[in-house]
Design a protein around this ligand. Structure first.
Ligand code: 5GP
Length: 114
């Protein structure tokens, strides 16, 4: 594999993050520079699901955006968040800084324990 991104290092617990959800497939953590009262990032954990950007999707990784969206939807339902935005930044021109596919979850509603 090429050099680890910062999100590989968060996934591998080499650097800390405020993790709000984790299972075998997905990790969600708070964005370090939040742009909304709740700003989370969802990433896929498995190496075979790694893809740098939406622009790099293949038939093998085409399921990953749906996986992230489904986990974000379940997270929102479980936390009583009824309105939110989901975003993928695609490529440098699209504002993408970290080339480990991630779904931004933004809401004006705060998490209960924040
Ligand atoms: P992008 O612009 O690539 O779609 O979004 C990357 C996001 O990752 C940015 O919103 C940025 O604030 C966040 N970010 C960058 N480095 C770190 C970090 O070390 N920890 C956390 N929690 N978020 C980070």
């Amino acid at each position: 594999m090429t050099e680890k991104t910062i999100f590989h290092r968060i996934r591998d617990k080499e650097i800390p993050a405020s993790i709000v959800y984790e299972d075998d497939e997905v990790l969600a953590f708070k964005d370090i520079h939040p742009k909304a009262p709740t700003h989370l990032l969802f990433i896929a954990k498995k190496d075979e699901d790694f893809v740098p950007s939406i622009d790099d999707l293949t038939e093998e990784t085409a399921h990953v955006p749906g996986l992230l969206i489904r986990k974000a939807q379940k997270f929102a339902q479980e936390h009583g968040i009824t309105g939110y935005q989901l975003k993928f930044h695609v490529g440098k021109g699209g504002g993408q800084e970290v080339f480990y596919l991630h779904l931004h979850f933004l809401s004006e509603q705060k998490l209960a324990d924040d």
